[in-house]
Design a protein around this ligand. Structure first.
Ligand SMILES: Nc1ncnc2c1ncn2[C@@H]1O[C@H](COP(=O)(O)OP(=O)(O)O)[C@@H](O)[C@H]1O
Ligand SMILES: [Mg+2]
Length: 348
């Protein structure tokens, strides 16, 4: 089969056992996925999962130590120059220059890519409008908010009219309002460009992945542990979640008692969401709830609250990796402290 032909016809990205290792750290470990035209493809995983490394490999900023990938039909190993012409890259850390205006930042990018004259001016105007910064074209970027800088970076990534836009954690460190605005802009891009264009984004926010992505690869320790649409990922783990709140510090004991008392017969999985909350994944909610209460009362476990809900991507992540995505969320200080604490408790 002519792989390059197949790629150019309907796939924007195809990886082939893509691998990157530094000594004993395997950051990206035989990763295989495809991104189709018109798709927003997400990589969801905690810090250190290998998301940035994957993106840098596809951008040709890093070279694989094994396998390869095709971007817009070009092999990242053999044709890095052609790959670079086909992509727009928005890195995790903001890199627009604060001492320049919004327009000057885009002019600099245009110069780097040899985009000149009227074509350059048209593109810059269109892109600034697209991210709603046209009114601030001559404003110094150092006066911009985090959300505005991010939008300017997206405009810069799009200036080259790429087939693949790579967004590394597009809303990390932003306040909720700016985050929402970035989400709206990313959705708008998808509607606007549709054909011969795709977006690859990484995130460790499950809500972001759920809202924006057509398909998601869940990544942990350099490997894809699950890949599908958000709906199918949630459906595949099946059943429902029962969350019970118990006395602070009693979650471990609760999990142990559930497991010892026939829990394995009706529980698919049991995990700790915080020092007060246990999540129980079950296939049959109606019959499981009374059993949970019975085991609790027989073991003097005081259930303070019970909630029943459908699985989220967080549950999907726990299902596949045995740990919580939230553990690593440093932008949510309470969640982070809770996660660190829970981790320490688990290792005791
Ligand atoms: N230049 C490097 N040298 C050695 N190890 C690295 C380097 N860059 C990243 N890593 C390691 O590779 C793993 C994946 O990192 P990264 O791709 O940045 O994860 P993510 O973006 O998902 O947070 C981590 O263990 C990280 O420490
Ligand atoms: Mg990263």
């Amino acid at each position: 089969m002519d792989i390059e032909k197949e790629v150019t016809e309907n796939l924007i990205v195809k990886t082939n056992d893509l691998t990157k290792a530094w000594d004993e750290i395997v950051a990206v470990d035989h990763v295989n996925f495809e991104i189709r035209e018109g798709e927003i493809f997400g990589m969801l995983g905690p810090n250190g999962a290998g998301k940035t490394t994957t993106i840098k490999l596809l951008c040709t900023l890093l070279t694989p130590t094994g396998g390869t990938a095709y971007v817009a039909g070009h092999d990242i190993r053999r044709d890095p120059e052609k790959v670079r012409r086909a992509i727009g890259y928005v890195p995790q850390d903001i890199t627009v220059d604060g001492r320049l205006t919004a327009k000057e930042n885009l002019e600099l990018q245009a110069a780097l890519y040899g985009i000149k004259g009227k074509d350059r001016d048209d593109r810059i105007e269109r892109m600034l409008k697209l991210v709603q910064l046209n009114q601030r074209a001559d404003g110094l970027v150092e006066m911009f908010s985090g959300g505005m800088r991010r939008r300017l970076e997206i405009a810069r990534g799009l200036l080259v009219e790429p087939q693949l836009l790579l967004l590394d954690e597009p809303s990390v460190g932003l306040d909720p309002v700016s985050r929402k605005s970035i989400w709206d802009h990313v959705s708008k891009l998808k509607r606007k460009y549709k054909n011969k264009f795709a977006i690859l984004m990484s995130t460790h926010y499950m809500e972001e992945a759920d809202r924006l992505c057509d398909r998601i690869a869940i990544i942990d320790r350099g490997q894809i542990v699950a890949l599908d649409t958000p709906t199918n990922l949630k459906k595949a783990i099946g059943g429902q979640i029962i969350e019970i709140d118990v006395e602070n510090g009693k979650t471990k004991r609760t999990m142990k008692k559930l497991q010892e008392n026939d829990g394995s017969k009706f529980m698919e999985k049991v995990s700790e969401l915080s020092t007060t909350t246990v999540a129980i994944e079950v296939k049959d909610l109606e019959s499981a709830v009374p059993k949970v209460f019975k085991i609790a009362s027989e073991n003097n476990i005081d259930i303070k609250q019970v909630r029943m809900r459908s699985p989220t991507l967080e549950d999907v992540f726990i299902h596949h990796t045995g740990k919580s995505l939230r553990d690593e969320d440093e932008t949510d200080p309470i969640g982070f402290i809770r996660g660190q604490f829970a981790k320490r408790m688990r290792s005791v």
